[in-house]
Design a binder for this molecule. Sequence first.
Ligand code: ADP
Ligand code: G3P
Length: 493
Amino acid sequence: MRYVLALDQGTTSTRAILFDEDLRPVFSAQEEFEQHFPHSGWVEHEADDLWQTSLRTMRGAMEKGGVTAGDVAAIGITNQRETTVIWDRATGKPIHRAIVWQDRRTAEVCEALKEAGHEPMVTERTGLLLDPYFSGTKVKWLLDNVEGAQARAEAGELAFGTIDSWLIWNMTGGKAHVCDATNAARTLLYNIRRGEWDAEICALLDIPMTLLPEVKDCDAEFGSTDVLGGETPILGVAGDQQAATVGQACFEPGMLKSTYGTGCFALLNTGDTLVQSQNRLLGTIAYQFGGKVTYALEGSIFIAGAAVQWLRDGMGMIEDAKETQAMAEAADEGQNVILVPAFTGLGAPHWSPNSRGAIFGLTRNTGPKELARAALQSVGYQTRDLIEAMRNDWDTRALGTVLRVDGGMAFSDWTMQFLADICGAQVDRPEVLETTALGVAWIAGKGAGIYPDAEEFAKGWALDRRFEPAMGKAERSALYQGWSRAVKGTLGY
Ligand SMILES: Nc1ncnc2c1ncn2[C@@H]1O[C@H](COP(=O)(O)OP(=O)(O)O)[C@@H](O)[C@H]1O
Ligand SMILES: O=P(O)(O)OC[C@H](O)CO
């Protein structure tokens, strides 16, 4: 039996999953690692934790199945995007902890660049906005704040990488300094029209281009590793949201997936066309196979399942996320409590890093059930904001109103039904919810010659459950108006 090993290095945990020849997940291992919050709005990871958990979970999954390196046809890597590491090329040691995508420390730098009028140029070339979310200003912060870093970068002594790049550097013993096009597309430094690092943007941020990795197709050869006990090739790499787009087989323009984990990321395949959003969505690379780029429009929401975590850890109202289903069902229908979970600002389409969360519509009768329902509903409302923006940006006739969902929160039937209701869209939940790992496993296994082409792979997508909109138009519109008013109340709070 031959296997493909998918490594999914996420924001809160690292997972390794072995897929068999029929693309079924058969053995896996998972480890959480520490989150560091040194100041309000700052989020860091020890880069070495990301590497060590990757190593242990890959080995752990293999041990569970009694699988040896000789049985592994290829490795695929998918990862939390935008998170930034800089390391010393000679020692392989990071010069600082990794700065995580959620980190807001560069809000002022972004504001100053916007005020100086640079945003239209940056957006035109990268598809992104001047927001602290992306890697570029995090790289600048590291070079400005770690003693001697700027000079060492200019002397070619340092290397920058997104997490795929950092893991591959370690897996290949420092032989490969590479990343894939989807990860490059999230740095703010990569021109996604021309497919190259952008010298002008790098100069604007004082980032020497010697820091940057070589960019490859998602299905390229990324090097090989002997850390599993024998030489194993790395044949697939993609950012986690892009890997989920592939795993959901969203290969045709107009196909849309939405992943509900800590945050929510909706990607709409726009084919050969890079849509210049007029509604504050992102243009990005969905995937790049054999030198051919397929673009996507992306809406990024920072808090989705994290609102449920807040009910559990912050408010102590529940012990398990699953309890929210029964609570939402039992909530008082007469109350319209709205939670805007802008805990770390608002992402697309508002991009308001300084907003903070709020609850509207409280009465003397409001209790945990109504708050639980509001938390689940906030995910639907935020998705509707994204879908509205997508409909305004892209040919609405071609834009399917089918949403393929995945991620931990997609297990919640109540949330998925509300999503269908408030968006007026069909919501399809597949049998395999590990779509991120599945997507990159397929890319790597295709390269190794053990998995089929895209068309055959897409035929294997199987529906678990379809949620059809059941809410009347008037109710949908009244609820959404209430949400829109609530969001306005939090902007810039
Ligand atoms: N049954 C459920 N109902 C509501 N939320 C859920 C449920 N199961 C998981 N979640 C939420 O989904 C998130 C976990 O999803 P996951 O895809 O593992 O996230 P990530 O990869 O971002 O860590 C958590 O924030 C959790 O609160
Ligand atoms: O690690 P996740 O699943 O929370 O995904 C993080 C995203 O890639 C951030 O852009």
